[in-house]
Each structure stands twice: as structure tokens, then as C-alpha cells.
Design a protein around this ligand. Structure first.
Ligand SMILES: Cc1ncc(COP(=O)(O)O)c(C=O)c1O
Length: 395
């Protein structure tokens, strides 16, 4: 069967293999009476969304309009709620008609954007490590990725000066995201401001993927919307998945320069209609009636972070305390240096039933690292650390 070259470049291999290993472990655990799988490999939270959001969806589910295709015009109440949120959150006046777009996920939006702004062969800058769909989007658009490695010894600061002015001139798109997955670094507004300045100077589209905007544990999350240049260069992606625990409902939005919003909307018009009005009602309720929800999530994640970091350190795995919620980004422990992320993850899973994500799935700079998602209650995380510790001691 014919398969496109584009598809063969997508390279979701690390994640697919990890999934196969998890399934194999579950089957073996059932056969052999092993401890159950503790899956810390996905940023899919166990924490619950606000009841007002679910109720608002439930109230609208049976309405005939919720079952109909939703054209862009009908998303206006959602876009207005987003504009009010932007005003409250960042003090920025956003035009709900021209500068806001409903999305099916910030993953969907960032993966589609390159098709709307790039021609085949155009160059686009990604951080390394990167979120996989950022790379996937470039491959879908047959674009050329240019990787900017993040350096732990520089506090993961993107070293934009590593590219010459000519290389900057050569770029058409730059995709960043702070707070940053997978390094679990909040980052600084100055980094985003510098990126915006360079984007304007060199005529680069700046896409800032910001689903963790409400989940900074130390300091305030950066935002492109806080840069005075956002309308001159950029588009920012926000999500209901992390701040309001609505990941399965697939709700997100973009705010950006009018021409970028228009371009993405045109592109998406080929691919899908909008989410049901019932889901949009839930999103509006989350924005308007549960603005404090992310704050209580931060409290839980902070406790989990501290407990898990202490538990891993107690068993000999040093932890850099992350400044954002949801993940630990762990260098392979001293006992396993040189082993490779994927081999380490496979051996850990086989021996303990604890699944982490091998860092090499996030790009070359992720090799030698593992990502652990804090998506189980504290007690379960601590028990997982004990399982890991017993295995590390046996190495
Ligand atoms: C950087 C980044 N972008 C996008 C997503 C996906 O967000 P959504 O559920 O809105 O598609 C994630 C999820 O983990 C992420 O880490």
C-alpha cells in the first residue's frame, strides 16, 4: 500500500514502543500476579474538572443545536468569553471576532499551523527537547526543522544568539512554549520578549504554545500576550486540558495576529468543524465560573512534586526541582548512565511496572533523560518511588 514519505518521517516510534511495552507488562502482570502498572508516562491528569463545566455541558447536550455542525459564527459566545479571560488574565484587549479561534486542542492547533504558514522546504525553529506534535506539524507541512538545544547548565534558557542573523533571516516560523514540556521549566518573560523581538526583526511567525500558563509553581508563567509585539508576529495557544482538567473533551483556543488567526481558520475549515456547542458551554463555564480552579491544582502538584522528589532522592535518584507542575524531568540516575533513555525505560518498566517516558521521544537533547508525570495521588507516587528504588539498588 502506498504510504507518503511525510508519514514515514513522523517518527512517533518511541511513544508507540512505550505503549506496546506497557500493554505487554499489563498482560504479564495479570498472568504472574505482579504489581499493577503505574503509568507516569502521560501528562493526562487524574485530577477532576470543575463541576460547573461538566454541568454546563450536560445541560446543553440534548439541545438540537449541540448536535448540529457548528460554524465559526456560532462560536462567538466562546470567543467573547476568551476575550474577557484575556483581559482579566493579562490586561490585554483582544478582538473576539478577528483575534480568537476555537481549537480541538493546542496539539491540533500547533500541528495545523505550519500547513497554514509554511511552504515545503521552509525552515522552522523548534526547541530541543520539543513537544512531539510541534515536530509532527513541521513534517506534515514538509518543512525543515532547525533545532535549538536547551542547555541544563544555562537553566534551559533558549540561546537565540547561537543562530547567526542569516540563519534567523532564513526562518519562517518559530515554535516555543514556556512553561516548557518536557523540561518542566517555567521560563522567563524576558525569553519570550526576546523571541518576539527577533521574530519581528527577521520576519518570523512566532507560535507560542502555552497550555501550562496556569501551572507555574515558581513565579508567573511567561506569555506572548504580555509582549507588546504579539500582534506584530505571533499566535499563542491555550488549552482547557491542563488548567481545568478537560483534556478528554478536546477544548483549546488560539489568540493572535488577525492574519494568523484567519490563516489557521481557513486551514482548519478544510479539516473539521468546531466542537459541539455543548462542549463550548462547558469551556465558557470554566473560564467564567471556575477561574480559581488552576490555583488549587497548583497546590496539589506542588505537594506531589515535593513528595516525589524527596522519595526519589532518598533512593539515590537526584532530582532537579521543577518550576512548573505536572512533570519531573530526570537525568538518568548514576547507576544507569550510558544506558540510553529507551533501554532504561524498558528495563525499569519490566522490572517494576512503573512507566516513564524516554526523553529521546522529545528530540536528540532528550537522550539521557526521562519524563515522569505527577498524575497519580501522592501515596501511589511514593509507592512507585519505592519500587524504582528497590530496582536501582539491584543494578
Ligand atoms: C506543550 C504541549 N502542547 C500541547 C499539548 C496538548 O494539549 P491539548 O490537550 O490542548 O491538545 C500538551 C500536552 O501534554 C503539551 O505538553
Amino acid at each position: 500500500m502506498p504510504i507518503s514519505e511525510r508519514l514515514s518521517r513522523l517518527g512517533s516510534g518511541v511513544f508507540a514502543r512505550n505503549d506496546q511495552r506497557k500493554s505487554a507488562y499489563v498482560a504479564r502482570a495479570a498472568r504472574e500476579g505482579l504489581p499493577p502498572l503505574l503509568d507516569l508516562s502521560l501528562g493526562s491528569t487524574d485530577l477532576q474538572p470543575p463541576a460547573v463545566a461538566i454541568q454546563a455541558m450536560a445541560d446543553q447536550l440534548g439541545a438540537p443545536a449541540s448536535a448540529a455542525y457548528c460554524l465559526h459564527g456560532a462560536t462567538r459566545p466562546f470567543r467573547q468569553a476568551v476575550a474577557h479571560w484575556a483581559e482579566r488574565r493579562f490586561g490585554v484587549a483582544v478582538d473576539a471576532d478577528t483575534e480568537v479561534l476555537l481549537l480541538v486542542g493546542s496539539q491540533e492547533g500547533t500541528a495545523h499551523l505550519p500547513l497554514a504558514v509554511l511552504n515545503p522546504g521552509d525552515r522552522a525553529l523548534l526547541l530541543d527537547p520539543y513537544y512531539p506534535s510541534h515536530m509532527g506539524g513541521l513534517h506534515l507541512a514538509s518543512a525543515e526543522p532547525v533545532l535549538l538545544p536547551l542547555d541544563p547548565t544555562a537553566g534551559w534558557r533558549p540561546q537565540f544568539e547561537a543562530l547567526s542573523p542569516e540563519q534567523w533571516d532564513d526562518l519562517k516560523l518559530m515554535v516555543l512554549g514556556f512553561p516548557h514540556n518536557p523540561t518542566a521549566t517555567t521560563g522567563q518573560q524576558a525569553w519570550v520578549d526576546e523571541a518576539a523581538e527577533r521574530a519581528v526583526r527577521h520576519g518570523v511567525v512566532f507560535a507560542h504554545d502555552n497550555p501550562y500558563v496556569d501551572l507555574a509553581l515558581d513565579g508567573e508563567a511567561p506569555a506572548l500576550l504580555r509582549s507588546p509585539l504579539w500582534r506584530d508576529c505571533g499566535i499563542e495557544f491555550f488549552s482547557f486540558s491542563k488548567s481545568w482538567c478537560l483534556g478528554g473533551y478536546r477544548l483549546a483556543f488560539a489568540i493572535g495576529a488577525e492574519w494568523l488567526i484567519t490563516a489557521l481558520r481557513q486551514l482548519k475549515g478544510v479539516v473539521d468543524f468546531n466542537q459541539s456547542l455543548a462542549l463550548q458551554a462547558g469551556a465558557i463555564a470554566a473560564l467564567e465560573q471556575a477561574p480559581a480552579w488552576p490555583g488549587q491544582l497548583r497546590t496539589v502538584y506542588r505537594q506531589r512534586r515535593d513528595r516525589m522528589a524527596a522519595a526519589l532522592e532518598a533512593v539515590g535518584w537526584p532530582v532537579r526541582r521543577p518550576s512548573m507542575a505536572l512533570y519531573l524531568w530526570l537525568e538518568l540516575p548514576p547507576q544507569a548512565r550510558g544506558m540510553g533513555s529507551e533501554a532504561f525505560g524498558a528495563a525499569l518498566l519490566e522490572a517494576t511496572g512503573v512507566a516513564l517516558t524516554p526523553g529521546n521521544g522529545f528530540g536528540p537533547a532528550g537522550e539521557g533523560w526521562m519524563r515522569l508525570a505527577l498524575v497519580h495521588p501522592e501515596e501511589e507516587l511514593a509507592a512507585g518511588a519505592a519500587r524504582i528504588g528497590a530496582w536501582l539498588a539491584s543494578l
